[in-house]
Design a protein around this ligand. Structure first.
Ligand SMILES: Nc1nc2c(ncn2[C@@H]2O[C@H](COP(=O)(O)OP(=O)(O)OP(=O)(O)O)[C@@H](O)[C@H]2O)c(=O)[nH]1
Ligand SMILES: [Mg+2]
Length: 1002
C-alpha cells in the first residue's frame, strides 16, 4: 500500500517509473513454460472425459491443439454403412441442388434408356412380331437383293404419308403386337402415328424427321418382297429430309390428297425425284374425303381422281416430255384411304374381285388384263359381257365406266350403309357387295365399321407392293444409273465395278445419308445404303466425310461398327451382317460425320475409294436463306452450345452454322418452322442450356448491274506485280445453269467452250477462257482470262493462276459491301504484269491483291444488294381471297396467280414476298382469316433490293420504316453494324492511286 502511494500523486495520476508498453506483451502476456505444461499435459479430469486420445495416450502426454478431437466422427456416430459428406458452406452455387435429381432424357415416344439409342434398346426387347418370319425376310435380303425395293414416301403437308406407312406396318405385323407398341390401332379411334417417333412430332401433329421402315410384304400373287420405305415430312421447310431420303432410294411414292390435288411441295419433290433419276409412282390418298366431305357423286369423284392423275402427269411432262406416264391401268397409281385402312391398285382389285366372284362368268380375262380395263374409257356391256370404249357402243343405256361400276359404286354403298343404316340393314347392304362382317363388328361406331368393311372389300395393300415391284427398279437393276449419278470416283476400278454389280463380295461401300439421334440426344445412328460388300458388327471401317478428296484426307476417320440394324420405325432388328443392295442403320460410326459420309473398308484396297456426292438442295433454293444469331445466356456454357450446334448440323441436313468474325454464332435454316424446331432441339435435346437468340435475319447477296466504269488495277505490296480487272453482270440464265451443276469445268476446254458458245452465244475466245466459278464449285460468279498473248506471257500467268483464282473466290465469298456472298458477277482479268522471279509473285502477294482488284472493279460497276424472295402458295376458301391482297402488299409482296382448285371449295394463290418481310406473315394471315388460310413458302430467287446501298446521303431514322428507295441502304447499314463493321463502306481503301485518279477524271 505504501508502495502504491509513492507511485500515484494526490490526484491519482501515475507518477512512477516509465512502463514498458510493447504490443507483444499486452496481447500475449508471456507465460512460463511450466504454465503451458500445466494446461495441456495435465487437464482437469472433467475435460478428459469423452475425448478420444489416440492409442490411449497417457494423461500427461502433450497433444497439440490441432490434433485434439472434441467431437466423435460421423463414422462413429452413424456407422460404416452410412456415407457422409462434409461440405463447406457456400462452396456450391445457391441454385445448384446438393443432390441433383437423376435426369432421364427421352425425346422419343420409345426407348427411355439414357445410355443406348432408342432403336438399339428396343431392338433387344423386340416389341413386335411380323407376319412374315424375320429370319426368312433377313435371308431374302441377304440372298436376293433383286427382290429388294427402296422408296421414299414423299408429298405435301398432311396428305397422309405417315398414316399410309402406319397402314403398311399394321398389315405386316401381328395385330396384338402392333397395338402393344403404343400406337393405337386406327379402328380404336386412331392415335399417335406409329412412324412419328419424336415427342415433338406428336405434339406438333406433323412429321419433322424422315423415318425408315423395312418390312417384308406380299404382292398380289403372295410372293414376299423386302421393302424399305422412308416416310418423309411433308412441310416445305423440311424438304431437305425428302432430298436426303431420295438420295438413298431407287424410287419415290408421291402421295397426293384426293381433294387438295398437287400442291407446292408435291411439285418440289417430283422435280427433285426427276433430277435424281428416280422411278416415280403415285398414291392418291384420302379418297374417303370425296365421298364423306365433298359428297361428290361417283362419276364426279372419278373425274376428280382423273384430274389429279392428269395434273401430276402434266407437271412431269413439263419437266421432261418423254417421261413415263402415271396411270392406274399401268399399275403405277394406287388409291387409298389410310384413315379407313385400305389401299388398292386396279390390278389388286381385279384379283380380289376374281377371288370372290363367280369365276365361271369371267373365265377368259386374266386378273391383270381386267385390272387394265378398270380405268379410263372402259365400259362393260352387260349383255355381251364385252368391254367397249364408249357408253354409246354398249347395247344398254346408262352404262358407267368400269372404275365407277366395279369400284366406286360398291364403295359408295359401303360408306352410305355404314354411315346411315341400322346394323341389321347395314349387314344386308354389305352382303350385297360381298362383304360379310360379324354381328359385333356391325355394332361398332362408324370409323371402325367402315374400316372393317373396306378392308374386307379391298383386302390388304398388295397393290402397293405390286406397284413397287413392277415400277421401281431393284438395287441391282438401278446400280449403274444410281452409282453413275452419286459416286464421284472412277467406275473402272475394282470398287466402281463392285458397286455397278451390287456385289456383296466386293469392297465395302456404304453411303450414309442421314443421322438419327438416340432417344436421349447423345449419340447418333446413321442410315444409308450399301452399294457393295457387306458390313458386320465389330468391323473396323474408314469414314470419309464430305470434305475428303484424293489430295486432302483430313476429313477421314477410323471407326468401329458397334451395331448393324434393320430399321422398323419405333424399333429395329439387330443383325450380325448385312449385304450390298440393302438399306442399313449403323451405330458407332457417327463420331466424325457432319452431314453425309462414305464408309469404306480399312486397308490399301480402299485407297482408291472416293466419296459419294453431298446432297444437292438446289430446288429448295440451294442455300438456307434465314439466319439466327445464338449465344448462351451464361457465357461459360459456350462449349455446350457449340457441341449442340454440331449435333444440330448432323440432325438437320440443310442447316448450317457459322462463326462470324465478331465471334457471333449464326444458324442458317430455310424457314421459321425449321429454325423453331432447331432451337427446340438445341435448347432441350442437344445442349440443355438457356440460349439467347437474335431476331431472325436473312442472307443478302451482292451483285453488280453495270460494267466497271474504269479498268481497275492493283499492285502487289512489293510493287512487282500489277493486275487489271473489270466486272460486269453475268447472264441470269447462265448463273442458274452453274448453280444447278449443269456446267462442268472439268471437261476439256474445247467442250466447255462449245457449251458456252452454243448455249449462251459467247464468242470463241471468251468461251475458252473461263477459269473458274466462285465462291464454290457451283457459285454463280465467273472468272475469265481476257489477257492477250501479245501482252502477257501465258506461261508466267499460268504459274499464278491458282493464286488468282483463290483471290477471286475469296472476294466472291465475302463481298465489299457488307461481307455477304457475291452473286451473278463476271470478272475479267484484262492484264497482268508479273515479276520475273517466282519468289516475287507468291500467293502471299497475289491472292490479296487479286481480291482487292476484284473489289475495286466491283465497286465501280454499280454494286447493288440482292435479297432472297420466297415463292408462296396460299390456300384459302374462295370467298376470302380478297382479304389476302392487302396483307401481301403491306409486306412488298405480290400475287401472280389466283385460281380455284378444281373440284374443291378452296382457291390456291401463288405469290412472291421478300424473305425479310415474311417473318410473322403466316401468323398474320391466320389471324386475319380466322385460321382459314394456309401458306407455304420456299426460296425462289434473289432480287435486287430497291435503292443504292452506297448512297450515304440517306439518313436512317430509328424505329421508323424506311421508304422503299432507302431499303438497300438500310439493309447495308444494319448488316454492317451487326457484323461489327463501320456504317460506311470505305470505298477508297480498295483503290490504287491510279484508279482513284481515273475515277476522279470520270
Ligand atoms: N379423311 C382422311 N384423313 C386422313 C387420311 N389419312 C390421314 N388423314 C389425316 O390427315 C392428317 C395427317 O395425317 P398424317 O399421316 O400425319 O399425314 P402426313 O402426310 O404424314 O403429314 P406430314 O408428315 O406432317 O406432312 C391426320 O389428321 C390424319 O388423321 C385419310 O385417308 N382420310
Ligand atoms: Mg408424316
Amino acid at each position: 500500500m505504501a508502495d502504491d502511494e509513492e507511485l500515484y500523486d494526490e490526484f491519482g495520476n501515475y507518477i512512477g517509473p516509465e512502463l514498458d508498453t510493447s504490443d507483444e506483451e499486452e496481447d500475449e502476456p508471456q507465460m512460463d513454460e511450466d504454465d503451458i505444461d500445466d494446461r495441456s499435459a495435465t487437464p482437469e479430469p472433467d475435460d478428459v472425459e469423452g475425448m478420444d486420445v489416440e492409442g490411449g495416450t497417457a494423461m500427461n502426454e502433450i497433444v497439440l491443439h490441432e490434433d485434439k478431437e472434441h467431437y466423435p466422427s460421423a463414422n462413429e456416430v452413424y456407422g460404416d454403412n452410412v456415407h457422409t459428406n462434409v461440405i463447406d458452406e457456400d462452396a456450391q452455387a445457391l441454385e445448384e441442388p446438393i443432390i441433383a435429381p437423376t435426369k432421364v432424357k427421352n425425346f422419343t415416344v420409345v426407348g427411355g434408356s439414357s445410355s443406348s439409342s432408342g432403336a438399339a434398346s428396343s431392338s433387344t426387347s423386340k416389341p413386335m412380331t411380323f407376319n412374315v418370319d424375320t429370319q426368312y425376310s433377313l435371308s431374302l435380303m441377304d440372298t436376293a437383293p433383286h427382290l429388294n425395293r427402296g422408296v421414299a414416301i414423299v408429298g405435301h403437308l398432311h396428305c397422309g404419308k405417315t398414316s399410309l406407312v402406319d397402314l403398311l406396318v399394321e398389315e405386316a405385323c401381328v395385330e396384338a403386337d402392333y397395338s402393344k407398341t403404343g400406337a393405337l390401332l386406327a379402328h380404336e379411334g386412331g392415335g399417335p402415328r406409329f412412324c412419328d417417333i419424336l415427342k415433338a412430332e406428336q405434339e406438333r401433329q406433323m412429321s419433322i424427321k424422315s423415318t425408315p421402315v423395312t418390312l417384308a410384304m406380299p404382292d398380289t400373287r403372295g410372293k414376299n418382297y423386302p421393302i424399305t420405305v422412308v416416310d418423309c415430312p411433308g412441310h416445305v421447310n423440311f424438304h431437305d429430309e425428302s432430298v436426303a431420303a431420295m438420295r438413298a432410294a431407287d424410287g419415290v411414292v408421291v402421295v397426293v390428297d384426293a381433294v387438295e390435288g398437287i400442291m407446292m411441295h408435291t411439285e418440289m419433290v417430283i422435280a427433285h425425284a426427276m433430277s435424281e433419276g428416280l422411278d416415280i409412282t403415285l398414291v392418291i390418298n384420302k379418297i374417303d374425303r370425296l365421298i364423306v366431305e365433298l359428297k361428290l357423286p361417283p362419276s364426279d369423284a372419278y373425274y376428280k381422281l382423273q384430274h389429279t392423275v392428269d395434273s401430276v402427269n402434266t407437271y412431269i411432262r413439263s419437266k421432261n416430255p418423254n417421261h413415263k406416264l402415271l396411270t392406274p391401268d399401268r399399275g403405277n397409281v394406287c388409291f387409298a384411304s389410310s384413315h379407313h385402312g385400305y389401299m388398292f391398285s386396279t390390278t389388286s382389285f381385279a384379283q380380289r374381285y376374281y377371288d370372290h366372284c363367280d369365276t365361271s362368268k369371267t373365265p377368259k380375262l386374266s386378273a391383270e388384263d381386267f385390272g387394265k380395263r378398270l380405268w379410263g374409257d372402259a365400259f362393260l356391256d352387260p349383255t355381251t359381257r364385252k368391254f367397249k370404249k364408249s357408253a354409246k357402243n354398249c347395247s344398254t343405256k346408262g352404262v358407267a365406266r368400269t372404275f365407277i361400276e366395279f369400284i366406286l359404286n360398291p364403295l359408295y354403298k359401303i360408306y352410305s350403309a355404314c354411315l346411315g343404316e341400322t346394323p341389321k340393314n347395314c349387314g344386308a347392304v354389305l352382303r350385297g357387295v360381298n362383304v360379310f362382317l360379324k354381328s359385333e363388328q356391325l355394332k361398332q361406331s362408324a370409323r371402325p365399321l367402315i374400316r372393317a368393311a373396306c378392308q374386307a372389300f379391298f383386302g390388304k395393300s398388295t397393290g402397293f407392293v405390286d406397284m413397287l415391284v413392277n415400277h421401281v427398279r431393284s438395287p441391282v437393276e438401278s446400280a449403274r444409273d444410281k452409282v453413275g449419278r452419286v459416286y464421284t470416283g472412277e467406275l473402272g476400278g475394282a470398287i466402281g465395278q463392285a458397286m455397278l454389280e451390287c456385289d456383296s463380295e466386293g469392297p465395302l461401300m456404304i453411303h450414309l445419308i442421314k443421322q438419327y439421334s438416340s432417344s436421349d440426344g447423345e449419340t447418333f445412328s446413321s442410315f444409308g445404303r450399301i452399294y457393295s460388300g457387306s458390313v458386320k458388327v465389330g468391323q473396323n471401317v474408314r469414314v470419309l466425310g464430305e470434305g475428303y478428296s484424293e489430295d486432302d484426307d483430313e476429313d477421314a476417320a477410323f471407326a468401329q461398327v458397334s451395331n448393324v440394324l434393320v430399321p422398323h420405325a419405333r424399333f429395329a432388328t439387330g443383325v450380325t451382317r448385312l449385304k450390298a443392295g440393302n438399306w442399313v442403320m449403323l451405330e458407332g460410326v457417327d463420331g466424325s460425320i457432319s452431314k453425309t459420309a462414305t464408309i469404306t473398308e480399312v486397308g490399301e484396297a480402299a485407297d482408291e475409294a472416293r466419296i459419294f456426292a453431298p446432297l444437292n438442295f438446289y430446288i429448295a433454293g440451294g442455300e438456307p436463306a434465314m439466319k439466327l444469331a445464338v449465344e448462351p445466356l451464361n457465357p461459360a456454357e459456350l462449349p455446350k452450345m457449340v457441341d449442340g450446334l454440331r449435333k444440330i448440323g448432323k440432325s438437320y441436313p440443310m442447316s448450317r452454322n457459322k462463326v462470324e468474325e465478331s465471334g457471333e454464332h449464326v444458324l442458317f435454316g430455310c424457314g421459321e418452322l425449321y429454325l423453331d424446331c432447331i432451337m427446340h432441339d438445341l435448347r432441350n435435346m442437344y445442349s440443355g442450356i438457356e440460349i439467347k437468340v437474335s431476331d431472325p435475319v436473312v442472307s443478302f447477296c451482292e451483285t453488280v448491274v453495270e460494267t466497271s466504269s474504269v479498268k481497275c488495277f492493283a499492285e502487289t505490296p512489293n510493287k512487282k506485280n500489277k493486275l487489271t480487272v473489270i466486272s460486269e453482270p453475268l447472264e441470269e440464265r447462265l448463273g442458274f445453269a452453274i448453280e444447278r451443276g449443269e456446267v462442268d469445268l472439268d471437261r476439256p476446254t474445247k467442250v466447255v467452250g462449245e457449251y458456252f458458245e452454243r448455249e449462251f452465244g459467247w464468242d470463241k475466245l471468251s468461251a475458252r477462257s473461263v477459269w473458274c466459278f466462285g465462291p464454290g464449285e457451283t457459285g454463280s460468279n465467273i472468272l475469265l482470262d481476257d489477257t492477250l498473248p501479245s501482252e502477257v506471257d501465258k506461261g508466267t500467268l499460268g504459274s499464278v493462276k491458282g493464286s488468282l483464282m483463290q483471290g477471286f473466290k475469296w472476294a466472291c465469298r465475302e463481298g465489299p459491301l457488307c461481307e455477304e456472298p457475291v452473286r451473278g458477277c463476271k470478272v475479267k482479268l484484262l492484264d497482268a504484269t508479273l515479276a520475273q522471279m517466282p519468289i516475287m509473285r507468291g500467293g502471299g502477294q497475289i491472292i490479296p491483291t487479286m481480291r482487292r482488284a476484284v473489289y475495286s472493279s466491283f465497286l465501280t460497276a454499280s454494286p447493288k444488294l440482292m435479297e432472297p424472295i420466297y415463292r408462296l402458295q396460299i390456300q384459302c376458301p374462295t370467298d376470302i381471297t380478297d382479304a389476302v391482297f392487302p396483307l401481301l402488299s403491306k409486306r412488298r409482296g405480290h400475287i401472280v396467280k389466283d385460281e380455284p382448285k378444281a373440284g374443291s371449295t378452296f382457291s390456291v394463290m401463288k405469290a412472291y414476298i421478300p424473305v425479310i418481310e415474311s417473318f410473322g406473315f403466316e401468323t398474320d394471315l391466320r389471324t386475319f382469316t380466322q385460321g382459314q388460310a394456309m401458306v407455304f413458302s420456299a426460296l425462289d430467287h434473289y432480287a435486287l433490293v430497291p435503292g443504292n446501298p452506297l448512297d450515304s446521303s440517306i439518313v436512317l431514322h430509328p424505329l421508323e420504316p424506311s421508304p422503299v428507295g432507302h431499303l438497300a441502304r438500310e439493309f447495308l447499314v444494319k448488316t454492317r453494324r451487326r457484323k461489327g463493321l463501320s456504317d460506311d463502306v470505305s470505298v477508297f481503301k480498295y483503290f490504287d492511286e491510279g484508279v482513284k485518279e481515273s475515277l476522279m477524271d470520270n
